[in-house]
Design a protein around this ligand. Structure first.
Ligand code: CTP
Length: 435
């Protein structure tokens, strides 16, 4: 195991000053309150793996809420307490959140149910966790600062690059762990231990996934689909029989693989643009996975995973319509270069970024891809220089006519028929005359 001095050096060299300061503030409050406090879980795992992770989770041997309030009294932050679970979130001015838990064991009354809470020691707290690599605790009190508690072979498994459960019932107690196992495996470049993989396969065999609530399944899937490159994890889910538990029509074949590859490219391109709001990556990949599904099958899987309604509307309702728009664009691709920007914009109007990126990933036509990219980067945000008040001043009737003329102006600007303000004024006057 690592010597505390080595861990202290990792903290000093690997973590931003902000987090180092936070850890020493926690250390002071812990000593004041007189209870042991540890950083635990993914934060410690990633510190040892030299991977960036700024989400500090701490456990307090004592009452987490009292600790959090004491901490907040001394530093500029608020506390949100969860009395029932004896946990708290410390929220800093800049929005940074620190999770504080009390040491506890949870036992699960039935597979998939929410855990019960009871006070217990740190060792029991760590024992209830999913995988050995997540069971490290890093002591933060002054006298023990940098000591690692490693009861379950976490450092050995980090070294061996192995994902191992702590006990045989782990996947039965919480079947979402099967998805987490795959996520960690692919994200960290680790491998399921042999025994762990056997346990997972028999939990799949016994259909334990069906006991998990739809929202929890949705969460696990979206975390995976939001990863930088979700394909390896999706492929592994299929191999383990987990993908079919979510939707028996989801398959990972050459076509889906190619869609994922193209979707990743499109998302990467979109990210580099810094335009507008960030997209929901998972939606794009969800569409890739669901390529062969009928609308009914799509509705069924959305229901089974309780996909939020606003996304269901897009995944089920919009998909067909947008695919038709794209088929038409593809059919016309020879002529597309001659299309006026206003014409292309008209066809793509109202389609969300996720669906556009999916369509970009799917199309085989460079001309269509180019048109969509111009729409996203230039045309979509074009607005006339004149506004409604200007039009009224120019004698346009109040009411719907204003909107019509603004739309015509916008199209004229898109198609480079007007450029200066005077051009727009002249354009409005000619509209007035012709109507
Ligand atoms: N945990 C668990 N079973 C679950 C979910 C979480 O045992 N179904 C435990 C894990 O040991 C984990 C801790 O709760 O270390 C915190 O969960 P989470 O924040 O989801 O995990 P991280 O390891 O921090 O993962 P990530 O790197 O994705 O944030």
């Amino acid at each position: 195991g690592l010597h505390p001095r080595h861990v202290q050096r990792l903290i000093q060299t690997r973590l931003p000053k902000r987090i180092q300061q936070l850890l020493s503030q926690i250390s002071s409050v812990a000593d004041e309150v007189g209870c042991s406090v540890y950083a635990v879980g993914g934060f410690v795992r990633d510190l040892l793996l030299h991977k960036k992770n700024l989400d500090v989770d701490i456990v307090v041997e004592g009452n987490a809420i009292d600790f959090a309030r004491r901490f907040a009294d001394q530093h500029a932050c608020r506390v949100r307490a969860h009395e029932k679970f004896v946990t708290a979130v410390v929220i800093f001015d800049d929005g940074y959140k620190l999770d504080v838990a009390s040491t506890r064991t949870e036992y699960y009354l039935e597979p998939g149910a929410l855990p019960n809470v009871e006070e217990a020691s740190i060792k029991l707290d760590l024992y209830r966790r999913d995988f050995t690599i997540n069971t490290l605790a890093l002591a933060l009190n002054h006298d023990s600062y940098g000591e690692l508690l490693d009861y379950f072979g976490a450092q050995r498994d980090l070294h061996d690059k192995a994902i191992r459960v702590l006990h045989n019932l782990s996947f039965v107690e919480d079947p979402t762990r099967m998805f987490r196992a795959v996520r960690f495996e692919q994200r960290l470049g680790f491998k399921l231990g042999m025994h762990t993989e056997n346990l997972l396969r028999s939990a799949v065999e016994m259909d334990f996934v069906q006991r998990v609530g739809p929202l929890r399944l949705f969460n696990e899937l979206t975390i995976i689909l939001n990863e930088e490159n979700p394909f390896p994890a999706i492929s592994r889910l299929e191999e383990l029989g987990l993908l079919a538990c979510l939707c028996d029509q989801w398959r990972v074949d050459a076509r889906v693989k190619e869609s994922f590859r193209q979707a990743q490219k499109a998302l990467h391109w979109h990210e580099l643009l810094y335009t507008g709001s960030p997209v929901e990556r998972w939606v794009v990949y969800f569409l890739c996975l669901s390529q062969p599904l009928s609308d009914d099958a799509m509705a069924a899987v959305c229901g089974k995973l309780s996909v939020p309604q606003r996304w269901q509307d897009i995944l089920v309702g919009e998909r067909c319509r947008v695919m038709k728009v794209f088929h038409r664009l593809e059919r016309d691709q020879q002529k597309l270069a001659e299309y006026r920007p206003s014409e292309v914009s008209q066809r793509l109007k109202g389609i969300g970024d996720e669906m556009l990126l999916y369509a970009m990933a799917r199309t085989h036509s460079d001309a269509v891809r180019l048109a969509v990219s111009q729409y996203l980067t230039q045309w979509r945000d074009v607005k006339p220089l004149l506004n409604g008040d200007d039009l009224i001043a120019l004698g346009v009737d109040r009411g719907p006519r204003i909107g019509e003329v603004l739309a015509l102006l916008r199209d004229a600007r898109l198609d480079a028929e007007v450029s200066s303000r005077q051009d727009e004024v002249d354009f409005v006057r000619s509209c007035q005359m012709s109507c």
